[in-house]
Design a protein around this ligand. Structure first.
Ligand SMILES: Nc1ncnc2c1ncn2[C@@H]1O[C@H](COP(=O)(O)OP(=O)(O)OP(=O)(O)O)[C@@H](O)[C@H]1O
Ligand SMILES: [Mg+2]
Length: 250
């Protein structure tokens, strides 16, 4: 069982974003996808939950071929895949508790009287107990990210997808979020896919790191392997030296 994207192509109008993107996420691992801004990281992640459909190629979540599922099956599959959005994406008019409980309220088979307890349990995991009745606008950026994470784990997904979980946060808050991602993996056994610009985070939290470049995975390996790569494109991305990466991407 795993998440598998095989030879995925995706274009918007005449802009070809993914051009044969292939990546397998093994169960039980945390994989980071790194790559420049606009390289298609978010686009790739959205394919896994069926928010985008490939022009060509296949996306597998366990035994489901996501690109072939009807809408109802997509909703069923998504319960196994929590998504932590790039900009938290909390509902402004709802309290933190309501935001976190939203997925559970939409699951008729989940005993509804247990929703408040489950919400508290999730908030405890991200150290936000006591913030139940606050509105998102009353939280800091880091707290919002943690609330987004609590919401993503509420339905106990097997997979968690994180789109830039630490972007825009200071180093201390970043370390807190990194620790949480590791905790989701170790305590809840969640398989994680993390999109990030932050190389330090990527190498700290991941079992595997994959670099997206020019629409495809340029290199995939352990953090050590990626950090000692001799591919100038990979080195340019890891070291933040764009002059090494000229001639591709966007
Ligand atoms: N729904 C869409 N319609 C049209 N173009 C899109 C859409 N989504 C993404 N794109 C384009 O696809 C390209 C890749 O976007 P994407 O958001 O995946 O980049 P990214 O790697 O996540 O960048 P960042 O690190 O800045 O978040 C961009 O050129 C973007 O403008
Ligand atoms: Mg993005």
């Amino acid at each position: 069982m795993s998440i598998k994207m095989v030879n995925v192509h995706k274009a918007f109008a005449d802009k070809q974003v993914l051009k044969g993107f292939t990546l397998e996420i093994q169960d039980g691992t945390t994989t980071s996808v790194i790559g420049g801004s606009g390289s298609g990281k978010s686009v790739a992640l959205k394919h896994i939950v069926g928010l985008l459909r490939p022009d060509e190629g296949d996306v597998w979540v366990d035994e489901d071929n996501v690109s072939r599922l009807d809408q109802e099956s997509v909703y069923r599959m998504r319960r196994n895949v929590g998504y932590v959005f790039q900009f938290a994406a909390l509902f402004d008019s709802m309290t933190i508790a309501e935001n976190v409980g939203l997925g559970l309220r939409r699951m008729p088979e989940f005993p509804q009287e247990q929703v408040p307890d489950r919400v508290t349990e999730c908030l405890r995991l991200v150290d936000l107990v006591g913030y139940e009745q606050r509105l998102p606008s009353e939280l800091s950026g880091g707290q919002k990210k943690r609330a987004g994470l609590a919401r993503a784990i509420a339905t106990k997904p097997k997979y968690l997808l994180y789109d830039e979980p630490t972007t825009g946060l200071d180093p201390v808050t970043t370390a807190v979020i990194d620790e949480l991602i590791v905790r989701m993996s170790e305590e809840l056994g969640v398989t994680g896919v993390v999109i990030t610009h932050d190389m330090k985070s990527a190498f700290r939290i991941s079992d595997r790191v994959a670099m997206l470049y020019d629409g495809a995975i340029r290199e995939e390996g352990t953090p050590d392997e990626i950090q000692s790569s001799d591919d100038r494109i990979v080195i340019g991305c890891v070291e933040g030296l764009p002059e090494l990466m000229e001639g591709g991407g966007s």
